[in-house]
Design a protein around this ligand. Structure first.
Ligand code: ATP
Ligand code: MG
Ligand code: MG
Ligand code: MG
Length: 469
């Protein structure tokens, strides 16, 4: 029998607890005092104060499964392995063990606990790291020449001072039939053959602003493995969307739309997008993110509207996101109790924002279709920024959505022009009255307050962040 996502998550945590690690709960998707990122993107984020020696950790060995969201991956969703929201499994050492143990633990977990055939696993290292390949060979018997050196295997603050070091990524070989066929196809190749599952980061240097590196007195380990990717491997599936959790979400939508997964490539892409985005929205709403026109609130709005549009492509005319919320809460509320706790708020927020966009989506889509036809006739391939801005301002189309629809027909958007139109609009409304947006924000805050008796953290934090557009 195949292990479920929930069982795999538990096996990982149990394994590291057994190896003396303290189980840290996932932190919120809204980072605690970290103004540099809008949303939590990795398990190590909440460990940074420990690594820097600013706070004392509950133990020097830690493990967690962390809720993550990566804005940078939004456009890739739909391929076999990329999600916006995903769960990151991790083990951490704060000046405790280092490379040898980190490698040994990873190997033991993958080959002994979840029993992946060793010949499918390919460790990679940084070209300047001589220790990691030595340990890999000692521990696994993999010959040195089979260990791939990747320039990318480096973690550190780009252009800033801070801790850094080489990393070692573990790839799973899905088989030649998934490969690009090039003779130099190997782990790190862009094709679908080698799936990156786990990254072990060896935090061993401090880099100053001039780029000079000095060894850290206390070295740290930070690892991250995508639960959905590991599950895809262990359940023998061709994509993360075919694993138990995602299949259940997708099937629910497919039924609603009167179709089935696996019938048609375009339908499948839309089903994948709404499954990923729907799940992400539930988690964002549970952690107190509210839709808005800036910062993380804009990310929320952007993926919600993208989901609604893909719903339309599937023929879903009526609101469907509340349905997504139910399914996700049912499937994942066991481990993430905040989903059950905030169910009413989640459903209210998703429904309200979906309804709002539904009202303007049809008109906006029609205008855009006409515009594209007109431009095509004139032989133009660029949508003027003012037009994209009109769609944004009047019909609630995030710029990225207009760009996506445009790209499907070979068009691009004049982004500079768009931003100029946005700037002018902001100036006009600043001069006029600040009430319109305030009213909108207040309405959201009221909905949130009505459905949550507990303190609502999202509101203040949303408006504090910078504009994303
Ligand atoms: P990729 O190269 O696939 O974008 P990454 O190198 O950016 O991944 P890391 O920052 O090393 O990823 O994160 C650690 C692990 O988290 C990865 O090895 C992968 O298993 C998982 N992961 C990262 N991004 C995603 C994503 N967008 N969807 C699902 N899992 C992910
Ligand atoms: Mg990435
Ligand atoms: Mg990578
Ligand atoms: Mg990586």
């Amino acid at each position: 029998v195949q292990p479920t996502t929930a069982e795999i998550r538990q096996r990982f945590l149990d394994f590291f607890v057994q190896k003396g690690h303290y189980l840290m709960p996932s932190s919120s998707l809204i980072p605690r005092d970290d103004p540099t990122v809008l949303l939590t993107t990795a398990g190590m984020q909440q460990m940074i104060p420990f690594f820097l020696g600013r706070e004392t950790p509950p133990a020097t060995r830690l493990t967690s499964v962390q809720k993550c969201f990566r804005t940078t991956d939004i456009d890739k969703v739909g391929n076999e392995r990329t999600l916006t929201f995903f769960e990151m499994l991790g083990n951490f050492s704060v000046g405790d063990y280092f490379k040898r143990e980190a490698i040994a633990y990873a190997w033991e977990f993958l080959t002994q606990v979840v029993k992946i055939p060793p010949e499918r696993l390919h460790p990679t290292v940084h070209p300047e790291d001589d220790e990691a390949p030595r340990y890999w060979t000692e521990i696994t018997g993999i010959p040195d020449e089979a260990i791939v050196r990747l320039e990318d295997n480096w973690w550190g603050p780009p252009g800033a001072a801070g801790p850094c070091g080489p990393d070692s990524e573990i790839y799973y070989d899905r088989g030649v039939e998934h490969g690009c066929g090039r003779p130099d196809c190997k782990p790190g190749c862009e094709c679908e053959r080698f799936l990156e599952i786990w990254n072990l980061v060896f935090m061993q240097f401090y880099q100053d602003l001039d780029g000079k590196r000095t060894p850290l007195p206390r070295k740290n380990i930070d690892t991250g493995m995508g639960l959905e990717r590991l599950t895809m491997v262990l359940q023998g599936k061709q994509s993360v969307f075919e694993t138990d959790v995602f299949r259940a979400i997708i099937d629910r939508f497919a039924t609603l739309a009167g179709t089935a997964y696996g019938r048609d490539a375009r339908t499948d892409t839309s089903l994948r997008v709404i499954a990923d985005h729907g799940r992400a929205l539930v988690f964002l709403a549970a952690d107190g993110v509210l839709p808005s026109n800036e910062g993380r609130g804009y990310i929320f709005r952007r993926i919600l509207r993208r989901a609604v549009r893909h719903g339309r492509l599937l023929g879903l005319e009526k609101p469907f996101l509340a349905e997504a919320a139910d399914t996700v809460i049912e499937l994942m509320g066991g481990h993430y109790s905040e989903l059950r706790q905030h169910r009413d708020r989640i459903v209210a927020l998703l429904s309200m924002e979906e309804k709002k966009f539904n009202q303007t989506l049809s008109t906006g889509l029609q205008l855009l279709t006409e515009l594209l036809a007109e431009l095509k006739e004139r032989g133009a391939t660029v949508i003027p920024g003012v037009e994209a801005f009109k769609l944004y301002d009047t019909h609630g189309f995030p710029l990225e959505l207009t760009q996506e629809i445009a790209a499907e027909q070979g068009f691009t958007v004049d982004v500079e022009d768009f931003q100029e139109a946005m700037r002018q609009q902001q100036e006009r409304s600043r001069a006029a009255s600040p009430f319109a947006q305030a009213r909108n924000d207040q309405q959201l805050a009221e909905v949130a307050a009505r459905v949550t008796p507990t303190t609502f953290l999202g509101y203040e934090t949303t408006s504090a962040s910078g504009t994303v557009v």
